[in-house]
Write a protein that binds this ligand. Structure first.
Ligand code: HEM
Length: 410
């Protein structure tokens, strides 16, 4: 369905048309073709072409500081403190200082011990899945697999004891939910309470770890605590960035796993191809990131007059970068609506670009590869029980649930 020109002219991301979240791609295509730097009714701009998004990401005239944007939305609240202390919503020099620490803690070499933990977690979850599938039962792979992997992994980096991990997942969803363009009072309240509870929890955990060191080689909590002790990170910065780490890697990676399984089970020939060439799992992860980007939107504020794509942006203007649309731009990707696990090159923007490019991308890629690879190997007859409902969020693309079965036991 090609949206009518008049609907494109009036497109409003804050109030998207019916069905947009289920299938935004026809809208993205029409915007890219006819109105690639679209002015929304609130005066912000939505950028949908690959080259324009890349230029914004790499231009220091576009700020990530969200204080102006979030003050009217959150007021003086825990959510405001949290989101404006996270490194992703800050500019240098604060951003540079915190990023270098997290980048060190998440670089491929440092996360090697985490991969061992990951393989163990995935093997254990697969055993649990086998029991659930037994007797022909359906299993929701979001609840029982995709969402469990990232929480376990980030919890292990933050040395959170197993019995506390369910709380982390709940808090993370509430805090991220508050980033949707339009919020209900209930979502706001839920998000604020989640920040407060999470901060209290981490404060107690930091105190506990001082007298009971984890001894783990990849203990990110202790690395950050050491910086705090050396006066390089204030306590609020330490705690909020631990929360941010969980939030950044939780829903995104859940959706990478969920969307990847869905693409491989539904996109023509993909699964067969992977069966014949298991090494293509790496390409399958990259193609999922492009084709069904877990994070569909990014935001910037103009800090100095700049011209991009023929439009002059004045300071203070809000910009939304549409990663999901850029990743289907035919000027960058041949046959962009085709899911092709052998696609080369595949320079998608799923992890953004520039100084804020995702610090956890190596970890996310490994999580996706290990989780999806092992799942399809262990359950070669895995199939969808029915088309899954898309989670009704604009920023994060994923499924509410992914009901599946294995035919041998059905
Ligand atoms: C498939 C999974 C993931 C996706 C799609 C994703 C996507 C992104 C994107 C698009 C950004 C840039 C945001 C912006 O500039 O506006 C970002 C930043 C970030 N991500 Fe990820 N991410 C994923 C997983 C992870 C994981 C597992 C972690 C860590 C455990 C992580 C940590 C971060 C951090 C710390 C930043 C902030 C970087 C900065 O501001 O300099 N991410 N991510």
């Amino acid at each position: 369905m090609v949206p009518p020109a008049d609907d494109i002219a009036h497109f409003d991301l804050a109030h998207p048309p019916a069905g947009f979240i289920d299938d935004p791609f026809p809208w993205y295509a029409a915007l890219r073709d006819t109105d690639p730097i679209h002015r929304c009714p609130d005066g912000s701009y939505l950028v949908t072409r690959y080259d324009d998004c890349l230029q914004v990401y790499r231009n220091s005239n576009f700020s990530s500081d969200k204080r102006r944007l979030f003050r009217p939305k959150f007021g003086a609240s825990p959510l405001f403190s949290h989101h404006t202390t996270s490194l992703v919503f800050n500019d240098p020099p604060y951003h540079t200082r915190v990023r270098s620490t997290l980048a060190e803690a998440l670089k491929p070499k440092t996360i090697e011990p985490t991969i061992v933990a990951l393989e163990r977690v995935v093997a254990q979850l697969l055993d649990e899945l086998a029991q659930r599938f037994a007797g022909g039962h359906e299993v929701d792979l979001i609840e029982h697999f995709a969402s469990r992997v990232p929480v376990e992994i980030i919890s292990s980096l933050l040395t959170v004891p197993e019995e506390d991990r369910d709380n982390l997942r709940r808090w993370s969803l509430a805090i991220l939910g508050a980033l949707e363009p339009e919020l209900t009072a209930e979502q706001l309240d839920l998000g604020n309470r989640a920040v407060t509870e999470f901060l209290d929890y981490l404060r107690a955990l930091v105190k506990y770890r001082r007298s009971h060191p984890s001894g783990a080689p990849n203990d990110v909590l202790s690395t950050l605590t050491a910086l705090h002790d050396r006066g390089e990170l204030r306590e609020t910065e330490l705690l909020h960035n631990c929360i941010f780490l969980l939030n950044a890697g939780h829903e995104t990676t859940t959706n990478l796993i969920g969307n990847g399984v869905h693409c491989l089970l539904t996109e023509s020939g993909a699964r067969q191809h992977l069966r014949q060439r298991p090494a293509s799992i790496k390409g399958a992860i990259e193609e999922t990131l492009r084709f069904a980007s877990p994070n569909q939107l990014g935001n910037r504020e103009v800090s100095a007059t700049t011209r991009i794509g023929g439009v002059t942006f004045e300071p203070g203007t809000q910009i939304t970068l549409c990663i999901g649309a850029a990743n289907r731009d035919a000027t960058q990707f041949d046959n962009p609506d085709r899911f092709d696990i052998e696609r080369t090159p595949n320079h998608h923007l799923a992890f953004a670009s520039g100084i804020h490019a995702c610090v956890g991308m190596s970890l996310a890629r490994i999580e996706g590869k290990v989780a999806i690879g092992a799942l399809l190997e262990q359950f070669p007859t895995l199939e969808l029980a029915r088309p899954p409902p898309v989670r009704q969020r604009i920023r994060f693309r994923g499924f509410e649930r992914l009901d599946t079965g294995v035919s041998a036991s059905r």
